[in-house]
Design a protein around this ligand. Structure first.
Ligand code: HH2
Length: 282
């Protein structure tokens, strides 16, 4: 892989070697695969530390489920869920902390508590999100979503999903650079399952190279998602093999650089193995 760096506040991540593993810490009662397991902030922080010990390169803390049809969470409640967890992890985990939120108040409070990345499934279309990330020189994950989580799966439509997601990224990179977020702080994410049919998801997975060509790291979130379940006919608890297959396919082609996953230890093993093979390529 060529040199690829992602700047987050005072750190720089090197994505040129093996794919990085972003461990998911959901502080929610209703996330699609692990809702309710880590709603208590102490349990969530302990889970985050375990994922760091398992080899996560980043931890992504979220307090609002974005599964299709999920109920929006009021800002006070989301703050109450995530800020103590981010603060605890920023103090005790050696890896950068990301906050998965669409709310500027939450992004700002988490950055003040030590987060280094804002992961916005809304794609930083809200100028207040942009301002919060710019002021703190945070790294950002710009995800593509058609519509919003309440309605996104009702009737997703594209003339050409790969072209439209690519155009969205190009527009975002330009707009963010003009608003104080330089391109070297941006990671792109096609948003698998966010306003997409199964066909759209597979079109995107098969053509991730179109986004890697934009010169920025690509984050891929397929862990335990419906896109795995529908093909493999497995319930959520049995999608690890499928999740790894998709992640490895993309990473081995140099088309995914950050793997957002629930199963960190297993994904880390896969990433390290890919690297061991890749280093010997002639
Ligand atoms: N997927 C989910 C949430 N946030 N962020 C990015 N950048 N990319 C993704 O694919 C992505 C994301 C959904 O997964 P999860 O957090 O496990 O579930 P829930 O939203 O139900 O909490």
């Amino acid at each position: 892989m060529a040199t690829l760096r992602w700047h987050l506040r005072d750190r720089t991540l090197d994505l040129g070697r093996r794919p990085l593993v972003m461990g998911i810490v959901n502080v929610t009662p209703d996330s699609f695969s692990d809702g309710g397991r880590f709603l208590d902030p102490a349990a969530a922080a302990a889970h985050g530390l375990k994922l760091a010990a398992d080899g996560a390169d980043l931890l992504d803390v979220g307090g609002e489920s974005t599964r299709p049809g999920a109920e929006p969470v009021p800002v006070d409640e989301e703050l109450r869920r995530v800020v103590p967890v981010v603060a605890e992890l920023a103090r005790h985990a050696a890896v950068p902390i990301s906050v998965d939120t669409m709310k500027p108040e939450v992004a700002r409070a988490c950055l003040e508590a030590g987060a280094a990345v804002v992961n916005d499934v809304g794609g930083f279309r809200d100028p207040r999100m942009v301002a919060a990330a710019a002021e703190h020189r945070a790294g950002v994950v710009v995800m593509h979503m058609q519509g919003d989580p309440q309605t996104m799966q009702l009737d997703p439509r594209y003339a050409d999903v790969v072209r439209e997601v690519g155009e969205f990224f190009e527009e975002r990179l330009r707009a963010l650079a003009a608003s104080g977020i330089p391109t070297d702080r941006v990671c792109l994410d096609p948003g698998i399952g966010f306003g997409k049919t199964m066909d759209h998801n597979f079109e995107l997975l098969a053509n991730l190279g179109a986004f890697a060509r934009l010169g920025r790291p690509v984050c891929l979130g397929v862990s335990r998602k419906g896109v795995i379940g529908q093909v493999c006919r497995r319930p959520r608890g049995e999608r690890l093999a499928g999740s790894l297959a998709v992640a490895c396919f993309a990473a081995a082609r140099g088309e995914a650089h950050v793997l957002r996953v629930h199963d960190v230890a297993e994904t880390r093993d896969a990433a390290v193995l890919l690297d061991a093979i890749d280093r010997r390529r002639r």
